[in-house]
Ligand binder design. Structure first.
Ligand code: AHG
Ligand code: MN
Ligand code: MN
Length: 321
């Protein structure tokens, strides 16, 4: 089986980017090990602190963030990082050529039930002019990313990665610690009969989303004239992995709970990297108002509504708005 390095070289990735990706993945392997120890190492449960988003941090949120922060700060390749678990941008090497944004542990409510979780990241070039702790360099649209990926800590530890030459899936071979290519150029099926949304928020959705979902639920007897299945992992990384593997539409739409927060998911740490991966696999990623990757961020912790998945189904959903 082909190794990660060899695929990255075939895709024309520069050596420094390959070394940076290997650094991130070394951190993810450590997270994977810590996660697998679970209760034996006392890493489950919550801390007493909240992150900048006002969410109580799980112990594994803090551990995963620290692992990635340390390894990236020491690598030399990175000028600054922004993380879901850091209030501000963290300056690293003033001469580093890259910026890394990450969600160190996605789906952290799943930690205590031994269910799917993962790490999501994206990489852009660091502008020469920026000071290492300047957040403005992170406020670039997702189209500027040079790479994005996630590592899924599931029954297998898997990596989905794009450098803009398709999306490839790798599986961690724990016998030697390498990621091996297990699906090259994965393609999201254009049509689907599976959707993914937290239906408990239904009363807060905008009317057109309510209409769209009720047409899916109406099944064969409704206007869509087919039955739809529903899945919700409560970790975007798990839901998007399923979408990449067998299609579907994943949604976290705008809702009326907190009018100043349009959607739950974070543009830099979740929406943009997943949009890059899914678009490179032939799917679509939209906020309901335009392409996710074209949103110009105004804040590093900005949230956006998310509709991601099979091209035909995202287009159908957009027709309701
Ligand atoms: P995080 O654990 O990084 O805070 O992200 C959780 C996100 C996302 O992964 C998931 O799709 C969604 O929140 C789950 O939301 P609900 O709590 O509404 O199920
Ligand atoms: Mn997350
Ligand atoms: Mn997280």
């Amino acid at each position: 089986m082909k190794r990660l390095n060899s695929q990255l070289q075939d895709d024309g990735a520069p050596m420094e980017l390959i070394l940076l990706l290997r650094t991130i993945l070394a951190g993810c392997k450590e997270i994977s090990f810590r996660v697998s120890q679970g209760a034996l190492a006392g890493v489950l449960g919550s801390t007493l602190s909240e992150n900048v988003q006002g969410e109580t941090q799980k112990k594994l949120d803090v551990i995963s963030n620290q692992i990635l922060k340390d390894i990236l700060s020491e690598s030399g390749y990175v000028k600054a990082i922004s993380s879901e678990e850091e209030d501000d941008v963290v300056g690293c090497n003033p001469n580093g050529n890259y910026l890394v944004s990450f969600d160190p542990l996605d789906g952290s409510s799943n930690t205590d039930i031994n269910s799917l979780i993962g790490t999501i990241f994206s990489i852009t070039h660091a502008p020469q002019w920026m000071e290492p702790d300047d957040p403005s360099a992170f406020l670039q649209p997702g189209t500027q990313a040079v790479a994005a990926g996630y590592v899924l800590y599931g029954p297998s530890t898997m990596l989905a990665l794009t450098t803009g030459k398709g999306t490839h899936i790798y599986t961690l071979d724990k016998t030697h610690g390498g990621f091996l290519l297990t699906t090259a150029n994965i393609k999201v099926p254009e049509q689907t009969s599976e959707f993914s949304i937290n239906a408990s928020n239904q009363r807060h959705w905008q009317p057109h989303i309510q209409n769209y979902i009720s047409d899916l639920l109406a099944g064969k007897e409704g206007p869509r004239e087919k039955n739809f299945n529903m899945r919700w992992v409560a970790a975007m990384v798990g839901d998007i992995h399923r979408v990449l593997c067998r299609g579907g539409i994943f949604m976290y739409p705008q809702d009326a709970r907190e009018p100043d927060k349009p959607g739950k998911l974070r543009l830099l740490y979740e929406a943009n990297p997943m949009a890059f991966l899914v678009e490179q696999a032939g799917g679509l990623a939209n906020t309901g108002d335009g392409r996710i990757m074209e949103v110009m961020p105004t804040d590093i912790h900005q949230r956006v509504p998310v509709l991601i998945g099979s091209k035909g189904e995202v287009e159908t959903c957009l027709e309701y708005s």
